[in-house]
Design a protein around this ligand. Structure first.
Ligand code: NDP
Length: 253
């Protein structure tokens, strides 16, 4: 049967787990062919099998997008394997919580290089192809969806540099949105609250325990809940542009 994203190609960064994996599966269900980008190839293969099982099409692109050349190649590989690019979901991100006093600059650099630099490199490579897709596809529109965070709206202790990356992402998103208006490339940001993913796995035991205590009693969002928001944005008719969606867990302050 006909699906809203039939014929479209989506690239999802960070598609090996959490929000990215759920989004890739969801966009495939909406009819898109999906390029799966992350470092863990085995996990991407699993997501690709899930998509094939749904009758969809996926391309596995194992890449560390913090290497600028790999970020650019990820976009080119998508074009080579799936033929076009209609939807870019910039989802890959890392959150290394720690008060500034106890952080290393290496932790800060890792967040900047993935949440900011890698996102910019992928986006820069993708935009010309998105413009072309918008002007040639039956949808007559293309999309960039950036995954921000409530930490990009509200700053808290322990997340100074993570908040820097996500507050900054909102500014980048809004400026790019205005720049691409005439090209019919929509640019928006989804800002999830607490989501049950592997994001906290990268924290030290003590920092993770403290973070878990802060969110104890809150029923976390599921990755599928965020995939739902992203799917809503990219399946709208071209006359509709959803610029921003803040999606908190029901019990979250
Ligand atoms: P996960 O840790 O489950 O997912 C992160 C993804 O990023 C993984 O697929 C990981 O794959 C990928 N990634 C990490 N480093 C690289 C790299 N160098 N190159 C390519 N891919 C990379 O966490 P989430 O699903 O929660 O995170 C997704 C996004 O959601 C992030 O931007 C995060 O900031 C945001 N977010 C999450 C919230 C939450 O509560 N979970 C709340 C608000 C926002 P691999 O390791 O295989 O490379």
């Amino acid at each position: 049967s006909e699906q809203p994203l039939d014929g479209a190609v989506a690239l999802v960064t960070g598609a090996s787990s959490g929000i990215g994996a759920a989004t890739a599966r969801r966009l495939a269900r909406e009819g898109a062919a999906v390029a799966l980008v992350a470092r863990r190839g085995d996990r991407l293969e699993q997501v690709a099998r899930d998509i094939a099982g749904l009758g969809g099409q996926a391309a596995v692109i194992a890449a560390d997008i913090t290497e600028p050349e790999r970020a650019e190649d990820a976009v080119q590989d998508t074009l080579d394997q799936l033929g076009r690019l209609d939807i870019l979901v910039n989802n890959a991100g890392i959150m290394l919580l720690n008060p500034a006093l106890h952080s290393t600059v290496a932790e800060w650099d890792r967040m900047i290089s993935l949440n900011v630099a890698a996102l910019l490199h992928v986006t820069h490579a993708a935009v010309p192809h998105l413009i072309y897709a918008a002007s040639t596809s039956p949808r007559q529109v293309a999309d960039v969806v950036n995954v921000g965070s409530t930490a990009g709206r509200v700053a808290q202790p322990g997340s100074s540099v993570y908040s820097l990356t996500k507050f900054g992402l909102n500014g980048f998103t809004e400026s790019l949105r205005q720049e691409l208006l005439g090209e019919r490339v929509r640019v928006g940001v989804v800002e999830p609250g607490v989501v049950d993913t592997e994001l906290m796995n990268h924290l030290s035991d003590t920092v993770r325990d403290a973070a878990r205590r802060r969110i104890a009693g809150i029923e976390a969002l599921r990755p599928e809940d965020v995939a739902d928001a992203i799917s809503y944005i990219v399946t709208r008719d071209r006359r509709v542009a959803v610029n921003e969606m803040l999606v908190r867990a029901g019990d979250q302050t």
